[in-house]
Write a protein that binds this ligand. Structure first.
Ligand SMILES: NC(=O)C1=CN([C@@H]2O[C@H](COP(=O)(O)OP(=O)(O)OC[C@H]3O[C@@H](n4cnc5c(N)ncnc54)[C@H](OP(=O)(O)O)[C@@H]3O)[C@@H](O)[C@H]2O)C=CC1
Ligand SMILES: O=C(O)[C@@H]1CCC=N1
Length: 284
């Protein structure tokens, strides 16, 4: 993965506006050894405390909007790639603020849920391409999953640049923008669904007499092993499940209980609610 980026791309000077949970995960990937990105990366946060926590000598310059109202404009000046990592409802104000300081040819990547590329493009001068991306927090470990879609004026090269960027932190799927909200529902938010499962499994294990530490080890190693098996196996998930579920065995009994609330419609409803929220954020 990294090898092909090194062969094909030298990522340009990069700025990130807003570097919290998601931006921080991307930043970890971008500053990992072997990534051919022009350093330092300039990042901005709202608070000085967050900026201090992000600054790394030689590789990350961090500016805070609360102490320097011109921080975002300063960060994007001279950058060829700008990542917008602020909350959806702040995107348009941030773009209005930085628009005049973006050089022609800059690629602007927004990871914001719901906010359309068209609404960002409307605030930009000609010559700035927008790419929407929907990453997830395992990007922190280089195990991310990101969907990307080019806006109206994004060229194949602009999309390739965004693809290279997110390849540094995991797998990338190119989709149409109409699919980005569904990507958010599946893989963007997906880690939270698994963490919810982990919370409940750990609590249930504790109620059966394990210590918190024991329960966490049991659950996290089971999730890690199962996810790795899923990723490496040619078998479908249903077959992997059957491999665990001995006829008339113990798993079968538990799955009968779990399937009492049919998971198909449940997941359909959960993903539909997720997409509906993205649609609400479009107007943010
Ligand atoms: N979290 C996730 O798993 C995912 C999030 N996203 C998207 O990523 C975006 C960020 O979400 P998330 O990382 O969770 O949010 P966070 O609240 O963790 O991070 C937001 C960041 O924006 C900074 N910020 C706020 N206002 C400004 C400003 N005016 N100028 C510069 N920086 C500012 C914050 O600074 P400070 O720390 O000082 O408050 C913080 O660093 C959202 O649009 C979300 O839809 C997409 C996919 C997955
Ligand atoms: O919850 C959110 O809005 C963001 C988008 C996908 C994951 N987190």
């Amino acid at each position: 993965m990294t090898e092909s980026i090194e062969q094909e791309f030298q990522l340009p000077r990069t700025a990130m506006i807003g570097v919290g949970s998601m931006g921080g995960a991307i930043l970890s990937g971008l500053t990992a050894p072997g990534i051919r990105i022009a350093l330092p990366i300039t990042v901005t946060t709202q608070s000085a405390v967050s900026a201090q926590a992000r600054a790394v000598d030689g590789s990350v310059i961090a500016l805070a909007a609360e102490t320097d109202p011109a921080a975002n404009r300063a960060a994007v000046r001279g950058a060829g790639l700008v990542i917008l990592g602020v909350k959806p409802w702040l995107i348009h104000d941030v773009v209005r603020d930085i628009a005049g300081d973006l050089a022609p040819g800059t690629v602007l990547v927004s990871v914001a849920a719901g906010v359309t590329s068209a609404s960002i493009e409307a605030l930009l001068p000609a010559g700035i391409a927008v790419v929407r991306a929907m990453p997830n927090t395992p990007s922190h470990l280089g195990l991310g999953m990101t969907g990307i879609a080019g806006g109206a004026t994004a060229s194949a090269a602009d999309i390739a640049l965004a693809h290279a960027l997110f390849s540094t932190v995991g797998e990338v799927l190119e989709v149409t923008e109409s699919q980005i909200n569904d990507i958010a529902a599946v893989s963007g938010s997906g880690p939270a669904y698994l963490f919810l499962y982990a919370e409940h499994m750990i609590d249930a294990a504790v109620r059966r007499g394990f210590t918190e530490d024991q329960a966490r080890l049991l659950v996290q190693q089971t999730l890690l092993g199962s996810a790795t098996l899923l990723a490496r196996s040619d078998d479908a998930p249903a077959q992997l499940r059957r491999n665990v579920t001995s006829p008339k065995g113990t798993t079968e009994r538990a799955i009968e209980v779990l399937q009492g609330d049919d998971w198909g419609p449940l997941f359909d409803r959960a993903l539909a609610a997720n997409v509906q929220r993205s649609e609400e954020l479009e107007g943010a």
